[in-house]
Design a protein around this ligand. Sequence first.
Ligand SMILES: [Mn+2]
Length: 409
Amino acid sequence: MDKKILQKRRNDLGNQLQNNEVVIIFAQSAPAYPRYFLQDNNFLYFTDLEIPDAVFVAEKNQDKVNFSLFIDRGIPEMVVWEGAKLSPKEAAEISAIDQVHHLDEFKWNLSRTLQATKKCYLNIKVQSLDSDLKKQHKLSAEIKQKFPYIILQDISDLIIPLRNIKDKYEINCIKKAIEHTREGIISILKNAEPGMMEYELEALLNYEIMRRGDMHLGFKPIIASGKNAATLHYIDNNCRIGKNDLILLDVGALHKNYNADISRTFPVAGKFTDRQAEVYEEVLKINKAIIEKVKPGISLTALNEATVEMITASLFKLKLISDKSEYRKYYMHSVSHHLGMDTHDVGSRVSVLEPGNVITVEPGIYIPDENIGVRIEDDILVTEKGYENLSVDIPKEIDDLVAAIIKRG
Ligand SMILES: [Mn+2]
């Protein structure tokens, strides 16, 4: 990737630091064989290095910010098992950071730095109390014990404003992820048949995405037929697809750690029943109306409120509810989240949109009693003037969906 982009990201980080502050970002640890390695997003963001067990350090002293890297030295005898490690020279070339040291020098270097440090940022935030502790937690505990006057903080406050506004490289990565996801969805539309297992469609998706160079999906895909589509996070994908089922796909490739997050719903038979079409058209109408509203200055809260209002009207029209308060029975999630290196990316769910944000728009209606679940999700870039729908090439109009389905054979 363009070194200038990496340097800009690091400068934007450095500009937020006060003197005597240090940022320490750990790479993901090497996974125990046979698990696969996926880099820590924040480490990757500032270094573009896909190596485990490294550390990125930014420190500000006397109004100057210094960046350095510490990487694994590698043991010659292990090369046959693990392959060769990146040399400091190679790491410096990829990251455009010229101070690259070996990991065994990290503690010594850091101890010196900490003598003058007032505040130390680390990538220590985890999803839940049950999450495993990582090296950075061990280090923060040590610092807390031995340098109790240093303030420790998670890096979120520094990183959210940066990662929330996507640069050109990031937008291209998300576009690639969406393009590859599209191929997977098209293949599913062409090849899905009643009687197949849902995981057969998952295999098609994986095949199309992997052969285009993305080794992983961004998340376990939802491939939900019939009533399974009314279970929001259905990821078992192990049911047989019925003759007149709608199939709800919520899927996304991961391209260089950037996610696509796309939902499409289609009838496996290639033809919507009247009722299925009726529900589908309502969700599609709302999907398009909410996308139209996307522009700088609007909040995700406002998009949510507009969605609830429209869905409630649709539910009346579909004769599913007789009072406004009942909408939650058929629509129970938010319409949008930020998208990027994390599927649910940094950036709050109530944030006000700015150019460079990428968000999803994903209304849905779920009617388990009728074996119907419809969600239509697009990925939207917020631009200066409004928006760009990055997933516009993935069919969602009934005619386009049906045309893609009947091209099979
Ligand atoms: Mn989503």
